[in-house]
Design a protein. Structure first.
Length: 351
C-alpha cells in the first residue's frame, strides 16, 4: 500500500493543498518474554498505512476496536515513534525529527482525547488547564493569558467565570468543551480528534460535533476524526478511510464510500448502521461477519480480512491486494471489490 496516491485522491480536483501526507506508516510493538525480556515477536498495530489530509478538510478514520485507529493518530502526531514510514507535515518529515525539533511544531498540531474526565487534571482549575499550553509555548503575561482563556471559553460555548472551577464540577460534554478549548489555545492548524464523542451521552454528541464544525469554519482547522461511529463520521467528514487490523482497506469521498462501498468490510460496517425508517430497517439486507478479528501479533497472510470475508478465495491467502483507485478519488484494497458490490450488496433494499 506504499504506492503514491495523487493529490486528486481527495476530491478529484487536485487543487487542495496537502497539509499531512503519510506514506508506508508502521508501528510495531515488541512482544517480550522470559527473565531477560527477549523479543519473540511484534504486535503490528499499524502496518503500511498511507493517506493524505488536505488543508481545511476532515478525514474520518473508522474501524472496530483494535484496528489501529488511535495508534495511527498518535504516531501521526509523533506521540509514539513510527517503526517505519514518513509523516510529511507541511513539507517536513516528522518521522525524522528529534523531540527538540518537534517542540517547535507542537503548537501547530494538537489532539482532543476520548475521555474528557481522564484527560483533565482534577487538581487544576479550568483556567489553569486551558492556560497551560500558553505558559509552555508563549511569552504572554498573566493578564494576556487570562484574556485568551476567557476568549477560548466563549468560543466553546462556556462562560469565562467557569475558569475558576474544577473539572469534576462539569458534565461530560462540558469537560470535552474544556478539552477542545485547550486544544485550540495555540491556534493550531491540525487537530487529531481521537473518538472525542465516544464517552459522551448520545444527546450531547451532536452538540460537540457541531462545535467542532463551527470551529473548523471559523479557525480554518484541519481534522483527522477517529471514530467507530459511522453515522457521526458521515456527518462531519469530507473523506473517510476504513481501517482493519492495522491497514486501511478503503478510502474515498464520504458520499461515495457510504452509497457505494466497495470493500466487503466497509459493506459489513455500513449494514450495521441502523436506518431511521422501520420499513427499510425490517427488510434491508444484513452482512454478518463470522469469526473473530485475528491477532495483530499474527495477522493472516495475503489479505488480512480474508478469514472473515464472504468473498475470500485462494488468491486472497496467497496475494496481498493491491491498493488501487477503483473510481476517481475512491481507493480500495480488495481483489474482488467490484464483483463484491453485486454479490454482497450494500445493505440497502433491492441490492
Amino acid at each position: 500500500m506504499t504506492d503514491t496516491m495523487p493529490a486528486s485522491a481527495a476530491d478529484g480536483t487536485g487543487e487542495a493543498e496537502v497539509l499531512v501526507e503519510v506514506r508506508g506508516l508502521a508501528r510495531h510493538f515488541p512482544i517480550k518474554k522470559g527473565i531477560v525480556k527477549r523479543t519473540v515477536g511484534h504486535v503490528q498495530a499499524v502496518d503500511d498505512v498511507s493517506f493524505e489530509i488536505h488543508r481545511g478538510e476532515t478525514l474520518g478514520l473508522v474501524g472496530e476496536s483494535g484496528s489501529g485507529k488511535t495508534t495511527t493518530g498518535r504516531v501521526v502526531l509523533r506521540l509514539d515513534d513510527p517503526t517505519a514510514g514518513s509523516i510529511m507535515y507541511d513539507g517536513q518529515d516528522l518521522a525524522q525529527m528529534s523531540q527538540g525539533q518537534l517542540r517547535g511544531l507542537r503548537p501547530r498540531m494538537q489532539t482532543i482525547f476520548q475521555d474528557p474526565h481522564a484527560s483533565l487534571n482534577p487538581r487544576m482549575t479550568v483556567g489553569s488547564i486551558i492556560g497551560e499550553p500558553l505558559v509552555e509555548h508563549t511569552k504572554m503575561n498573566k493578564a494576556q493569558r487570562q484574556e485568551r482563556i476567557d476568549e477560548l471559553l466563549l468560543l466553546v460555548g462556556m462562560h469565562p467565570t467557569h475558569a475558576n472551577r474544577y473539572p469534576h464540577e462539569f458534565s461530560g460534554g462540558q469537560r470535552q468543551r474544556i478539552g477542545i478549548a485547550r486544544a485550540i489555545a495555540l491556534n493550531p492548524e491540525f487537530i487529531v480528534c481521537d473518538e472525542p464523542i465516544a464517552a459522551l451521552d448520545v444527546s450531547i454528541q451532536a452538540q460537540v460535533v457541531n462545535l467542532l464544525e463551527e470551529l473548523q469554519d471559523e479557525l480554518g482547522l484541519t481534522y483527522l476524526f477517529i471514530s467507530h461511529d459511522l453515522s457521526m463520521v458521515r456527518h462531519i467528514s469530507d473523506r473517510v478511510a476504513v481501517m482493519y487490523l492495522g491497514r486501511i482497506v478503503e478510502l474515498g469521498p464520504v458520499d461515495d464510500l457510504y452509497e457505494r462501498p466497495l470493500h466487503p468490510y466497509t459493506q459489513a460496517l455500513h449494514s450495521a448502521v441502523p436506518v431511521p425508517d422501520p420499513v427499510i430497517e425490517s427488510i434491508r439486507e444484513r452482512v454478518i461477519l463470522e469469526g473473530d478479528v485475528p491477532s495483530p501479533a499474527n495477522p493472516p497472510s495475503g489479505c488480512r480480512f480474508r478469514t472473515r470475508c464472504p468473498l475470500a478465495e485462494h488468491r486472497c491467502e496467497a496475494e496481498q491486494p493491491e491498493w488501487r483507485e477503483a473510481a476517481p478519488g475512491h481507493w480500495v484494497a480488495c481483489h474482488f471489490a467490484e464483483a463484491g458490490q453485486h454479490q454482497i450488496g450494500t445493505g440497502e433494499p433491492g441490492d
